[in-house]
Design a binder for this molecule. Structure first.
Ligand code: LMR
Length: 327
């Protein structure tokens, strides 16, 4: 009888071990934007590559449009193990590190190529490790593009923004940026922006062409100023606990697929910005306002003092290095 019990126990253990090995690792990838955006496309490409190469071993399930977690909750959820990957905008890490505030400084990068040069530099790559003490691992940067200003009235010079309410991401730098032009910034989740604009609870917001297009902000904002005043990029992150718990070979295969998906996303970001801008113009729902060099200079003069306000938190040397990437 004892022998039989031992045999049954051994069999159960073997079966248990076999089924534990057989169960694929699930990566829930949560994001807040539409699928037809650089981030949405990148996440889908990652899921596709993993399905092709690691079938049965790893499964990536993508949850777009804040279906699983909104942008202000996803990092907490990641630390609790409820989601394994996300790519929040660089503006949404303030609670975890001050250095990434760099990317929010207005008029720091002249275009996305300058952003790319900085992110690939030693300084930029080092910033991927800035979340380590908080239990998060930066796996790479992903581009969306330069931000534009949309509003219910035309914005040509900083005085036009005075007294107006703008939705911002949860970033003190962005708050200071709008306060610098006497506007009223309100920190709100991305999933609420359309309704806030539609109901006129706010007057405007800042975002990229692909977000303004895919989330239909242009249908409820009659004017979009092509300001290119800041960048909206992402960091793809995971938790140290999840990442460190993976078998080393599997981890490097997942990372290879992710790097390829990021390169794909970065490759389409600029084209997407151009085509979505054109689609907005063609819709005739919103007027795209081009500002003159003189008008732009007024925005720069008004907003650039924000750099000095945050230089200590971010690091003056880092700001200099980022500025140098414009050359
Ligand atoms: C926003 O909140 O406006 C953006 O960060 C959304 C996104 O992920 O692009």
């Amino acid at each position: 009888m004892r022998l039989l019990t031992a045999a049954v126990t051994a069999m159960a253990l073997t079966l248990g071990a076999t089924s534990a090995i057989a169960a694929p690792v699930e990566i829930k990838f949560s994001h807040v934007v539409a699928e037809n955006t650089p981030k949405g496309q990148m996440a889908n490409k990652f899921a596709e590559l993993v399905a092709e190469r690691l079938a049965g071993k790893v499964e990536v399930n993508v949850f777009p449009s804040s279906q699983l977690f909104g942008d202000n909750k996803v990092l907490e959820a990641m630390l609790l193990g409820d989601v394994q990957m996300a790519a929040p905008s660089l503006s949404k890490f303030q609670k975890y590190t001050k250095s990434l505030q760099l990317f929010d400084l207005p008029f720091l990068f002249k275009d996305i190529d300058a952003v790319e040069r900085f992110q690939s530099s030693a300084d930029g790559q080092k910033m991927l490790t800035s979340l380590e003490s908080k239990g998060l691992v930066g796996l790479g940067y992903l581009h969306n593009g330069m931000k534009q200003l949309s509003a219910s009235d035309p914005l040509k010079v900083p005085a036009d923004a005075s007294g107006k309410k703008f939705r911002i991401m949860t970033s003190d730098v962005l708050q200071a940026q709008f306060e610098a032009v006497d506007a009223v910034p309100l920190k709100k989740p991305f999933s609420e922006v359309f309704t806030l604009l539609q109901t006129k609870a706010i007057d405007g917001q800042e975002n990229t062409w692909s977000n303004i297009f895919s989330k239909k902000f242009f249908e409820v904002q009659p004017f979009i100023t092509e300001s290119n005043h800041g960048v909206l990029d992402y960091m793809v992150v995971t938790s140290a606990e999840f990442w460190g718990g993976l078998d080393a070979d599997l981890r490097s295969e997942i990372k290879a697929a992710l790097d390829e998906a990021i390169a794909f996303g970065n490759g389409i970001a600029a084209d997407k910005a151009n085509s979505d801008k054109q689609a907005i113009i063609d819709s005739k729902r919103s007027e795209v306002i081009e500002i003159s060099a003189e008008e732009r200079a007024l925005w720069v003069t008004a907003m650039k003092p924000v750099w000095a306000q945050f230089a200590d938190e971010i690091g003056a040397d880092l700001i200099k290095a980022a500025e140098a990437s414009n050359q």
